[in-house]
Design a protein around this ligand. Structure first.
Ligand SMILES: Cc1cc2nc3c(=O)[nH]c(=O)nc-3n(C[C@H](O)[C@H](O)[C@H](O)COP(=O)(O)OP(=O)(O)OC[C@H]3O[C@@H](n4cnc5c(N)ncnc54)[C@H](O)[C@@H]3O)c2cc1C
Length: 467
């Protein structure tokens, strides 16, 4: 894998690299922070802590470079986080094309716009996870954190009510206990740390109406400008994307409604290809491209927030909060809130009360900032066809590039979903959706559902602000 090799060429072999003594200098402490999981959230936490002069010891059961299930698209805000963490040069060395344009298509309409600029970054990227995650692990090590691979955390150590460390099984099968004032679970959706602290059951949860099936395709050698476009199309209830990535590949994801799962269970590859055929624009995009490798799947997906902070512990990345992949926000959020967690706790690690107050505040801020994006993602993940109101918004965006640009700013996290349209404009489009010829009764019912969802979401946000 060319990309992974490029990203890890300068990485010391963890088996032979000198390992700094795991002590922070404080008695009875093996590190200032133990981080479980070394990918997006874990590496981001570790970089921030190490830069602040704190000893972060990161434990991961994987050996890097290592793959994981993800379609790994980054919008400019995610690329900007990679740069902040010192991982961008290695990621760019994979040769992944800068995705400077974004295309959204539905009901025969297409909107294509430049990516918004976020912190000076004007493009997205799609880099396969072995190279992406190896670059992050490398950035954590270069910042001064210790990353131990092939180490599985099997439980937590406690001092009374406080989490005070972890038990870990190393690559030789040896079990040891490591102690630190803070344990951060950055160990993904099936987080062991969340289980151990009793936080696995989400505080908010929404089951997705879509499944994910994706494969890599060797792109058309004459794809030209299409290799700089991250594209998504909707056709009926189907949704499909094409993300050009490293090594001349294009990642093609389809997200059929869950009701069609049986077809995929019967013959996954045939159903995947048939779904692409149902999205004519996607099928056209793939002319001259050839599928390589297997179709991978993620089914039974749920978006959630888990309780993410308590005495001596916190949950970063997917361990604490997850959104359906349909809006491709997970990696950015794992990097962004992981970094912010590391920055926030670094000055207070020696004061347990201040530490717990800080992790609780970090959790509240993450929820406040992510809740509306979570709700917007849940709407796109419903698994239904475009509603009359959504079609009206597309029509408006085709005629008005400022609306199209505003829609893309939501993906870039520069604009809240509810701020894409001014209220009078939204009301006008709602009225127009009712006046169109066709199934007027259906349009009224659909608009009623859209309004009910918007009201319910606004109430949920108001409750979160109060709570
Ligand atoms: C199908 C799918 C498609 C997606 N597509 C996108 C996309 O296009 N763009 C996007 O931004 N996001 C996407 N996401 C989401 C994104 O992949 C995640 O948000 C991101 O990987 C979260 O990073 P993380 O560091 O929190 O967790 P993970 O990437 O899950 O890493 C967790 C790490 O913890 C380690 N670990 C777990 N348990 C233990 C243990 N007991 N001991 C030691 N180590 C342990 C694991 O080995 C792993 O390395 C997608 C997700 C899915 C499921």
């Amino acid at each position: 894998m060319r990309g992974a090799e490029a990203a890890t060429a300068t990485r010391p072999d963890p088996a032979t690299a000198p390992r700094p003594a795991a002590t922070s200098g404080a008695p009875g402490r093996d590190a200032d922070v133990l981080v479980v999981g070394a990918r997006c959230a874990g590496s981001a936490v570790a970089v921030a802590l190490a830069r602040a002069g704190r000893r972060a010891l990161v434990l991961d059961r994987a050996a890097f470079p290592s793959d994981t299930l993800s379609t790994h698209l980054l919008w400019p805000a995610g690329v900007a986080e990679l740069r902040r963490l010192g991982a961008l040069d290695a990621v760019l060395a994979t040769g992944a094309p800068p995705l400077t344009r974004a295309l959204a298509g539905a009901a025969g309409m297409e909107i294509e716009v430049d990516q918004p600029v976020v912190d000076g970054i004007d493009h997205g990227l799609c880099v396969r996870r072995p190279a992406l995650d190896a670059a992050l692990v490398d950035a954590a090590r270069r910042a001064g954190a210790e990353v131990r691979e092939r180490c599985t955390v099997t439980g937590l150590a406690r001092d009374g009510d406080r989490v005070a460390g972890v038990t870990v099984r190393d690559r030789d099968g040896q079990e040891t206990t490591l102690r630190a004032p803070l344990v951060i679970g950055a160990d993904g959706r099936r987080s062991r740390v969340a289980q151990e602290v009793g936080a696995s059951e989400p505080e908010r949860e929404r089951r997705s109406g879509r499944d994910c099936f994706f494969a890599y395709w060797r792109d058309d050698p004459d794809a030209g400008d299409r290799r700089s476009v991250a594209a998504q199309w909707r056709s009926g209830a189907e949704l499909g994307t094409a993300f050009p990535c490293d090594d001349g590949l294009v990642l093609v994801l389809v997200q059929p409604p869950v009701a069609r799962r049986d077809a995929f269970t019967a013959d996954r590859t045939a159903a995947y290809r048939a779904t692409i055929a149902r999205i004519p624009e996607l099928a056209r995009r793939l002319a001259g491209a050839e599928m390589v490798g297997k179709v991978r799947s993620a089914t039974g997906i749920a978006s959630y927030f888990r309780r993410s902070a308590g005495p001596g512990w916190a949950l970063a990345g997917d361990a604490g909060h997850f959104k359906d992949p349909v809006t491709a926000q997970g990696i950015r959020d794992a990097l962004h809130y992981g970094r912010r967690l590391g920055e926030a706790v670094a000055p207070v690690l020696d004061d347990p009360a201040a530490l717990d107050a800080t992790t609780a505040r970090w959790e509240r801020e993450r929820e406040r900032e992510c809740l509306e994006v979570y709700q917007w993602t849940n709407v796109l993940a419903r698994g239904t066809a475009l509603t009359p109101l959504e079609a009206e918004v597309y029509r408006a965006a085709v005629g008005d590039p400022s609306i199209a640009a505003a829609m893309l700013e939501v993906f870039a996290r520069r604009r809240r979903p509810s701020r894409v349209l001014a209220p009078h404009r939204a009301a006008g489009l709602a009225a127009r959706s009712l006046l169109r010829r066709g199934d007027r009764r259906g349009a009224v019912a659909s608009l009623g559902r859209d309004v009910a969802t918007a009201c319910g979401d606004a109430l949920e946000r108001a409750g979160a602000r109060r709570g």
